[in-house]
Design a protein. Structure first.
Length: 1193
């Protein structure tokens, strides 16, 4: 063993050199890993700016209606409640991404908006990959325009689907045009494109428009190259190959023939009526055979031909565009199944009875796609199809937990989207985007015009012919539309044909012009830009649903095209030379000239000689002089810089100014006005109130019971956005549209929408403070009713012009936000003890003493002895919101079946006997439903018909008198329902009992005295009218006011007649909005003995008593009265679901009824009447029944 200290013998020394081991990348200098330059520095700064703009202060805006729905559905998925795809709420991708962010970062408004913010930055980043086609400067400027775009910024800060879809659309563009420009035809770009397309379909149905844009342009490329449309002088030497498809045309003709045969078969099948013959099974088989057989035959023939051709070693000459067309078409083909399903007469949204038909059609289309794809390139198609299908299945089935998602995705997505185009949600005019887009995207719009101009205006015969043909078709289309007006079907068909021709020429000219100017494969993207811009403008304009968030899809291509054009202009300026020769001065003088021009336009000179008028004239003259000097100096600079350079520098200066204004517009939209409604890019937008209320509520909860532990009651009308905001509150109580004492029990806070306020206030008004709030509001939409006269007035009227400019420049409307009319409201209720304890109102809190219901001690549980009505409906014995009834001496009950616009008669045991009456709207345009019962006879239109009767009484001769409320008249029938007479028309007396004799605003109640005189409450005119039994006018009393003898919304009437049958008696009136019962002694002057005919009625005020109820002024809170033979007065309190009982002096005796549908409960008691033996009849309108109770004392 050798000692380690001994030297190694020479013969043992290593003579072979030691191999050098390559250093790990971990050991390399960070700078050496990449080549860093100023371009990458600028892009990094831009991406950081885009990120800051999109993520800062994401929690300062209230979640809008749609936004809160999206966030809430994602929360359910995150929370384990699951998610099932529904086409109503678009694709599943967004919900899965949001759920992931909840998992990573928690649940809040911020985390619900972060995904779209990050994808918005991703859109900016993806534009980097467009550099090979639009240039380094063009790509940077395009990314800059996207970064500051008001629409793209705002909706990247918004929980919506559009930002996700745009990201993958840009990715699809990158993949497609990279493949077109790639000499190697690398399959990876096809796979990226397949993934992008699948993600687009998993996000939102506008993917069909984007897919059609790309696919349509690729088809036009094929036609362009196939037909040799390019001018000979424009062909590069290396591209003068044989026409495309020269050896494969037969394949495609066979396939095309198969598709045509399918379409012809469908038309023949429908025209011959075969869809209505035979059994369902036979029909289904025949339909499917007609649709499926021709394509399958075509595919088989094509396969046989290709196989024979391959045997002959004649390889297909598919072009790169063909590859993408085949791949996209075969992947998307099954998603087009709704078109065929509808053509077969089925509903694509029916996933139950029509599922087999849908499955068969989809299966057939999948088979066609697979055969064509495999014939094209088996390996590439299988990989691409696997990627596409894998993404689809994972998301639409929510990781294999929802099998139905396959059907709702493939069939439901397009099916529902097409149905919504007919609905045209929002009801926007066709010119909506022409108005809204320039208000925000004015800079991309301006910069993209040269790109469009270059595509359409070229010095060659084809371009000129296409342009002229396009303009002629557009002119004929628009001209026919103006002449046609509301023309017939034939004109409409011609108009549609002209529109189709015009649109086809628009797209064809755009594509041809782009391809002619940029003919090589690596220039196809630039050629695509004008086509993309025009296609999106037209597609979204034609689509039925027009919404502000869709402006993002119009803005994106303009940003890219505008950035491309701006980059070419910048690159054409020799900046070093221009700088030395005064480019800076040219820019400054351009700014001065623009400022002077604005001064000229703003001032109104030579108006008058007042101090203000002279000041305006002076400003105008000063602006004129400054502008002239600026023009002179710019002209001098043109000699040094050159005219073209000067124009470019001045143009770029204008672009810079417009860019700064774009930044200002974007900042105002997303940060200043984000919670208001003075921006046109908002729709159904949330006000700031819900967010402020939630912060207050969180504070109350934290200081009382703990963080988010407080019980909060809320209803269906305020459910959005509160469903989302209360999703993490375990004790939040949702009571829908049915408030009750139980719903508000132990709830310090309640949130109630305006539609339920009248039902909820009776429970809350005593113990809670109420705060009026705005839930959702809508932007000003006066543009919907525009006309040439309004446009002319807006231009010529200085005031209108000023208002218009205020809106365009500053979003300042004449109507202040606190008076905004287009708003849906809700109320925040805070219990008084909590408010007095926690909120500082600037004074010491007063001791809180809950208000006690004065009637609570008299509550009785009285069970109905009889319930009349067979449920809601229009059939025999069924009732629909009955408002009143009357009982004859023999117990027969006549019911004002108001919702059915009829009178229905029941025998005493509740068996239906007869009914009469149909709806007639005499005061509606066209008088819908009204008929003339005897043609040319004496009766008139609408005689014997009624419209929502509210009052009913039996006259002394047994005739039935009906208050035909909304036909503004009294109608009389005999007991069998035969029409006897009518009187009354619509009149208004402005709330005074003067004039308008015999006419009505809306008669509500009718009652008789012992002599047969009829008393009618004319509610809207705030008076009582008196007639004899034949309708002869006797007198009126009342008028609006609060003093005794005056009324505010008088409704119910009850008469305690005189014992000797004399006219008059003690009249009880439900003075609703004054919340009291008034009692009058009615006498008559110049009475005629015994005849029931009297002179002028005299009303003497006797007494009144308050009613602790009737607080609502809703259209259904109409109380009625009845007096029994012993003088007990029954008063309905509709929206507190009870009947109050008083003696004739007004002393409270009892109350009965609670909310519900049981035999002792009411849903909305309106009418009340006395039956035989003082039984009490109540019309329980919202339970659609009449109830009979024993006397209550």
């Amino acid at each position: 063993m050798t000692d380690i200290t001994e030297p190694i013998p020479a013969e043992q020394e290593l003579v072979a050199p030691i191999e050098q081991v390559e250093a790990s990348w971990l050991d390399r200098s960070l700078v050496s890993l990449t080549t860093w330059n100023w371009e990458k520095t600028a892009w990094t700064a831009l991406l950081i700016a885009a990120l800051i703009i999109r993520v800062v202060a994401l929690d300062n805006r209230t979640a809008s209606h749609d936004e809160s729905e999206h966030a809430w559905f994602a929360y359910n998925l995150f929370n384990g409640a699951g998610y099932q795809h529904s086409p109503v709420y678009h694709g599943p991708f967004a919900y899965h991404v949001l759920a992931l962010f909840y998992l990573l970062f928690g649940v809040s408004d911020v985390t619900a908006r972060l995904p779209t913010a990050f994808f918005g930055v991703g859109i900016v980043w993806l534009i980097w990959f467009l550099r090979p086609w639009i240039g380094r400067f063009g790509a940077f400027f395009a990314a800059l325009l996207v970064t500051i775009s008001p629409a793209l910024v705002h909706y990247a800060r918004h929980t919506r689907h559009d930002t996700f879809e745009i990201f993958f659309f840009v990715l699809l563009l990158v993949a497609v045009f990279r493949y077109l420009a790639d000499d190697e035809r690398s399959a990876r770009w096809l796979y990226v494109g397949a993934a992008a397309l699948s993600f687009m379909l998993a996000i939102k149905e506008v993917a069909f428009i984007d897919g059609a844009t790309v696919g349509g342009f690729l088809v036009l490329i094929l036609l362009y190259r196939w037909q040799g449309w390019r001018l000979k002088r424009d062909y590069p030497e290396e591209e003068r190959e044989a026409p495309l498809f020269s050896t494969t045309r037969r394949d495609w003709l066979v396939l095309l023939g198969g598709v045509v045969l399918s379409l012809v078969g469908i038309v023949v099948f429908r025209l011959l009526g075969l869809a209505d013959a035979g059994t369902d099974a036979m029909n289904t088989a025949l339909k499917l055979a007609v649709v499926v057989a021709p394509p399958l035959i075509a595919v088989v023939l094509a396969g046989l031909y290709v196989r024979r051709r391959d045997d002959e070693e004649t390889a297909p000459a598919f072009g790169v565009a063909t590859d993408v067309v085949v791949l996209m078409a075969t992947l998307i083909l099954p998603w087009l199944a709704p078109f065929l399903i509808k053509a077969l007469g089925y509903d694509p949204l029916n996933y139950t009875t029509g599922i087999m038909a849908s499955f068969s059609v989809v299966a057939a289309l999948v088979g066609v796609a697979a055969v064509v794809g495999l014939l094209w390139n088996a390996r590439r198609w299988l990989v691409a199809a696997a990627i596409f299908t894998g993404i689809f299945v994972v998301f639409f089935t929510t990781f294999f937990t929802n099998g139905q998602g396959i059907a709702t995705g493939v069939v439901g997505s397009l099916g529902h989207w097409l149905s919504q185009q007919e609905v045209a949600r929002g009801g926007q005019p066709w010119y909506y985007y022409l108005l809204v887009t320039p208000l925000y995207e004015f800079l991309p719009l301006l910069l993209s015009i040269p790109v469009l101009f270059r595509a359409y205006v070229q010095r060659n015969r084809v371009s000129i012919v296409l342009l002229i043909a396009m303009l002629v078709a557009i002119g004929l289309w628009l001209g026919l539309g103006v002449l046609q007006g509301e023309g017939g079907t034939e004109s409409s068909l011609v108009n549609d044909a002209l529109r189709a021709i015009a649109l086809a020429l628009i797209f064809l000219a755009a594509a041809w012009g782009g391809l002619n100017a940029h003919p090589s494969r690596n220039q196809y993207f630039v050629a695509f830009l004008p086509f993309l811009i025009l296609f999106n403008w037209v597609a979204y304009t034609i689509a039925g649903e027009k919404m502000p968030w869709l402006v993002t899809h119009i803005s994106l291509p303009m940003c890219i095209a505008g950035g491309y054009w701006l980059g070419t202009v910048v690159e054409r300026v020799e900046w070093r030379t221009a700088w030395r020769r005064g480019a800076l001065w040219a820019a400054l003088l351009t700014i001065v000239f623009i400022a002077a021009l604005l001064g000229l336009l703003r001032s109104q000179p030579f108006q008058d000689r007042s101090l203000g008028g002279l000041s305006q004239t002076g400003q105008w003259l000063a602006a004129l002089v400054v502008g002239a000097v600026a023009i002179y100096l710019l002209a001098k600079l043109a000699g040094r810089l050159g005219v073209r350079t000067l124009l470019r520098v001045s143009g770029l200066t204008l672009v810079l100014l417009l860019g700064l204004w774009t930044v200002r517009t974007s900042y105002a939209l997303s940060f200043i006005n984000q919670n208001t409604v003075n921006e046109f890019l908002f729709y159904a937008h949330a006000s700031p109130d819900p967010l402020m209320d939630m912060r207050e509520i969180e504070d109350i909860s934290r200081r009382t019971v703990g963080d988010k532990q407080m019980r909060i009651a809320y209803d269906d009308d305020a459910s959005w956005p509160f469903n989302w905001y209360l999703s993490t509150w375990p004790n939040a109580a949702y009571f829908g549209a049915n408030p009750s004492r139980e719903a508000f029990a132990d709830a310090p806070v309640a949130l109630v929408g305006s539609s339920n306020l009248d039902k909820a206030r009776p429970y809350l008004s005593r113990d809670y403070y109420e705060f009026d709030r705005r839930l959702i509001w809508w932007p000003n939409e006066d543009y919907k009713n525009t006309s040439w006269e309004k446009i002319k007035q807006g231009i010529t009227d200085p005031t209108k012009r000023r208002e218009f400019l205020d809106v365009v420049l500053w979003r300042k409307f004449p109507t202040p936000l606190n008076q905004w009319p287009l708003v849906h409201r809700y109320s925040l209720f805070v219990r008084k003890d909590i408010a007095n304890e926690l909120w500082d109102f600037g004074a010491e809190p007063a001791a809180f003493a809950p208000v006690v219901d004065p009637y609570e001690q008299g509550l009785r549980e009285v069970v109905a002895t009889q319930v009349i009505g067979l449920g809601q409906g229009s059939g025999e014995g069924q009732l629909n919101t009955p408002r009143n009834m009357v009982a004859a001496d023999d117990g027969t009950i006549y019911v004002a079946d108001s919702g059915n616009h009829r009178i229905q008669v029941f025998v005493p045991d509740g068996t239906p006997l007869r009914s009469w009456g149909t709806s007639c709207e005499l005061y509606t345009d066209g008088q819908p439903g009204c008929v003339d019962p005897d043609g040319s006879g004496p009766l008139q239109l609408g005689d014997g018909q009624i419209r929502e009767p509210w009052g009913i009484a039996i006259g002394p001769n047994g005739n039935i008198y009906v208050a035909d409320t909304w036909n503004h008249r009294i109608v009389v029938f005999d007991p069998q329902g035969n029409f006897v007479r009518k009187w009354g028309t619509f009149v208004t007396t402005d709330g005074e009992a003067v004039g308008g004799e015999g006419g009505f605003w809306g008669p509500r109640a009718v009652t008789f005295d012992g002599a047969g005189n009829l008393y009618v409450t004319d509610t809207g005119n705030k008076r009582i009218q008196v007639f004899d039994s034949d309708g002869g006018y006797l007198g009126q009393y009342g008028g609006g006011g609060v003093v005794p003898g005056r009324f505010d919304e008088p409704v119910g009437l009850a008469m305690l007649p005189r014992e000797n049958g004399a006219p008059g008696g003690e009249l009880f009136v439900a003075d609703t909005w004054n919340r009291r019962v008034q009692v009058f002694d009615v006498t008559f002057t110049d009475n005629l003995s015994g005849g029931g005919v009297a002179g002028r009625p005299e009303f003497t005020f006797v007494r009144e008593w308050p009613v602790e109820g009737w607080s609502s002024q809703s259209v259904v809170n109409k109380p009625y009265l009845a007096v029994d033979s012993e003088g007990f007065v029954y008063v309905t309190d509709p929206e507190l679901w009870r009947v109050l009982v008083f003696d004739r002096e007004g002393t409270f005796k009892a109350t009965f009824g609670v909310f519900g549908n049981e035999a002792q409960s009411f849903a909305l008691p309106n009418g009340v009447a006395i039956g035989p033996e003082n039984t009490v009849l109540v019309a329980d309108a919202d339970n659609h029944r009449v109830m009979v109770f024993p006397p209550v004392r």
